[in-house]
Write a protein that binds this ligand. Structure first.
Ligand SMILES: [Zn+2]
Length: 339
């Protein structure tokens, strides 16, 4: 039985202005902050653990989004939220049989107007203009593509049931505010769901979404998933340290939205056998890399590939060329469209 989580939720009203600037700390460079930032001590609030398994399978249909009844509530009161990492036992892992699915998993980072990308940004390729993102989603919609979350993908793998052709998982890494400001409304417009790999240790900081924004995204039918507590390079940690940062993020997400994540994305895409063992030991169903590919298999469920969607393509000589467009995303996916 899992131990109860000690959670402190502190809501404060303030201006609500969103910080939309891009981060210079792009994915390929490990963060400098120390391992495991501990939140300040605060009164405890017991949160009951939830069952790990999801809803009954309904694989013939995409995830059903719950559309909001009212216009966007832009999280007028920003939320200061903290949760202290806890030491809790890992969950049991279900045994699985091999299953390989042609379900591409798209990987996005920033969705931000080109005019707002900081001059001298080290990794401009990670930024997709909202107009381009809109065109990509329009192309997916027109092409008959549907979205599912990683939870549904695992359900299909576990059960052995087929997923309809033209099914895709859309993922966003790092929990950036521009994902809320620009990507989320576009996803809503097309009725698509996505999986957001977030860094709970940075929730509410200037370069990351607030707890309020994350809850709104989750309430709209999207999935919050584990990108570790503070985005440290897992390959530099011991097994226990890797388990701890993965577990702390999962605990925080569960306390934030009431659902424990089933998937992990490795920071910087870095992983090795120890990291895979940590992902497994902490009860994840799937773990995603930045390795290019779209064959998702239960035989490699802790090293699943993704398809990177970039605003620009970085050439071997360091220069940049045109990135993924509204049409080329269909070319990217065409090999994986299924029957
Ligand atoms: Zn990341």
């Amino acid at each position: 039985m899992r131990r109860e989580l000690s959670v402190a939720v502190i809501l404060t009203l303030c201006s609500g202005a969103l910080v939309e600037s891009a981060s210079p700390a792009a994915h390929p460079v490990p963060a400098a902050d120390p391992f495991m930032t501990t939140a300040p001590a605060a009164p405890s609030l017991a949160v009951s653990p939830l069952p790990r398994s999801g809803a009954p399978l309904a694989l013939g249909a995409p995830d059903v989004k719950r559309h909001r009844d009212s216009p966007r509530d832009p999280c007028p009161g920003s939320s200061e939220w903290s949760v202290a990492p806890q030491d809790s036992p890992a969950r049991a892992v279900a045994s699985v049989g091999p299953a390989t699915l042609h379900v591409p998993v798209l990987m996005y980072h920033h969705v931000l107007p080109g005019s707002q990308v900081p001059a001298g940004e080290r990794y401009p390729d990670l930024f997709v203009d909202p107009a381009v993102f809109d065109a990509q989603m329009a192309a997916l919609k027109a092409g008959g593509w549907r979205t599912i979350t990683t939870r549904r993908l695992w359900d299909a793998m576990r059960s052995g049931m087929a997923i309809p052709p033209r099914t895709v998982v859309i993922t966003f890494d790092d929990g950036r505010p521009d994902q809320y400001t620009y990507a989320f409304p576009i996803l809503e417009r097309y009725g698509f769901s996505a999986t957001f790999f977030i860094i709970p240790g940075r929730i509410g900081t200037s370069q990351h979404m607030t707890a309020c924004q994350l809850r709104e995204i989750a309430a709209a039918g999207n999935e919050l998933a584990d990108h570790t507590w503070n985005h440290g390079d897992l390959t530099t940690l011991t097994l226990e340290q890797a388990r701890s940062t993965i577990r702390a993020a999962a605990d925080a997400i569960e306390s934030l939205v009431g659902v424990r994540p089933v998937a992990l994305a490795y920071p910087y895409g870095h992983y090795n056998s120890t990291v895979e063992a940590a992902a497994d030991a902490e009860g994840n169903d799937l773990a995603f890399t930045t390795r290019h590919g779209a064959l998702e298999s239960s035989a490699t469920r802790f090293a699943e590939p993704r398809l990177r969607v970039n605003g620009l393509e970085r050439r071997p000589d360091g220069s940049y060329g045109a990135g993924t467009t509204g049409q080329s995303i269909l070319w990217l996916l065409s090999a994986y469209a299924g029957a």
